[in-house]
Design a protein around this ligand. Structure first.
Ligand SMILES: Nc1ncnc2c1ncn2[C@@H]1O[C@H](COP(=O)(O)OP(=O)(O)OP(=O)(O)O)[C@@H](O)[C@H]1O
Ligand SMILES: C[C@H](N)[C@H](N)CCCCCC(=O)O
Ligand SMILES: [Mg+2]
Length: 209
């Protein structure tokens, strides 16, 4: 039952779109355990992915009202996020999406990295392709390394930037497994038009649990 955890260098970097793209091509189930707030149209990430891919979606463990950091959103909703209640669902292939980046707090003690450790999943890190990404990506890779959490690789989203790609591979250092363009229109045909590159395909095939 291979599974990956999709995190990012920030909120709004494209984790949901990358998760949908992966779920579609890898024929995986999608799960967003902690959803804080909704987008302008009132959609959760799970609703987006279901609509874009037609793939199965596992219900969230927590759906919080406010579009804030989960620790703040939970406090406002009078909810305590407890990792012990977040259990990895059975699925043949599973794509799990975090909230924001790796050091986003969930409660007084725990962060997204602790959720990743709790679920025992390798991370796929989604990052922006443009200026600033070398620092954000390197910091994120360092946060994983400091906790001995496995990194599968990086997906860069946006206008292709070969110099930044090379810098991430050299300095983070981390393998860049894919680059996803900005789609003028987000729909299933757009996701289908970009196949998983062989490097990402191989990395996914190497997953055992
Ligand atoms: N490849 C892409 N093509 C077109 N639009 C994109 C792409 N990636 C992201 N976007 C747009 O950028 C915005 C943020 O993307 P997304 O929702 O995937 O971010 P996120 O990292 O999942 O954020 P969160 O931390 O809230 O889960 C969305 O409005 C999305 O439609
Ligand atoms: C509300 C947003 N869309 C995400 N669900 C949560 C992002 C938390 C980011 C917190 C932070 O890094 O400052
Ligand atoms: Mg998202």
């Amino acid at each position: 039952m291979p599974a990956i955890f999709v995190s990012g260098s920030d909120t709004n970097v494209g984790k949901t779109i990358v998760s949908a793209w992966l779920a579609y091509h890898w024929q995986a189930t999608y799960w967003k355990p902690i959803q804080s707030g909704r987008d302008e149209q009132g959609h959760t990430d799970s609703q987006w992915v279901a609509q874009l891919t037609g793939r199965p979606v596992v219900p969230e463990a927590y759906v919080l009202t406010q579009p804030l950091s989960p620790h703040q959103s939970a406090a406002l909703d009078n909810v305590a996020i407890d990792l012990a209640t977040i259990l990895r669902p059975a699925a043949e292939r599973l794509v799990v999406e975090g909230a924001g980046g790796l050091l986003v707090p969930l409660n007084e003690r725990e962060h997204i990295v602790d959720l990743i450790a709790h679920l025992q999943l390798p991370t796929l890190l989604v990052v922006r392709s443009g200026l600033g990404t070398i620092n954000h990506t390197s910091l994120s890779v360092e946060a994983l390394r400091a906790r001995r959490l496995p990194l599968l690789g990086v997906v860069m989203v946006g206008e292709p930037n070969p110099a930044n790609r090379a810098a991430i591979e050299r300095y983070a250092p981390a393998p860049v497994l894919a680059e996803l363009p900005l789609f003028p229109q987000l729909n299933q045909a757009a996701l289908a038009s970009v196949p998983l590159p062989p490097r990402l395909q191989h990395a996914l095939e190497s997953l055992t649990t």
